[in-house]
Design a protein around this ligand. Structure first.
Ligand SMILES: [Zn+2]
Ligand SMILES: [Zn+2]
Length: 101
């Protein structure tokens, strides 16, 4: 199925929303909220109750992926991060769709 992924908006530097639209029907097939790690910019889809442990950096005041390397505060350069996040989010959303059952 041909789909296009639209980023609705980036709410803040750490969260955003995306919508996946079928190009055949023009209808949304999936949508969700994402969070990004403030340190490595890894992006994931928020699934309530998934039980996945994520961290929070008090210095950056934002979520972290919980990875070993991200336990230490290493903030991204801000301007770069915005560009990187947009790309990462698009890539992630496409992969997420491909992996979906
Ligand atoms: Zn991280
Ligand atoms: Zn930090």
């Amino acid at each position: 199925m041909e789909v296009s992924v639209t980023l609705l908006h980036l709410n803040s530097r750490a969260s955003g929303e995306f919508r996946v639209v079928s190009q055949e029907t023009g209808r949304a097939t999936d949508e969700g909220q994402t969070l990004s790690c403030v340190h490595c910019q890894r992006t994931w889809v928020v699934k309530p109750g998934s039980g996945r442990a994520r961290g929070w950096c008090m210095k950056c005041n934002g979520p972290t992926c919980g990875g070993q390397a991200c336990q230490t505060c290493v903030p991204f350069e801000r301007q770069l991060a915005i560009i990187e996040r947009r790309d990462a989010l698009r890539r992630y959303a496409q992969q997420y769709l491909t992996d979906a059952p």
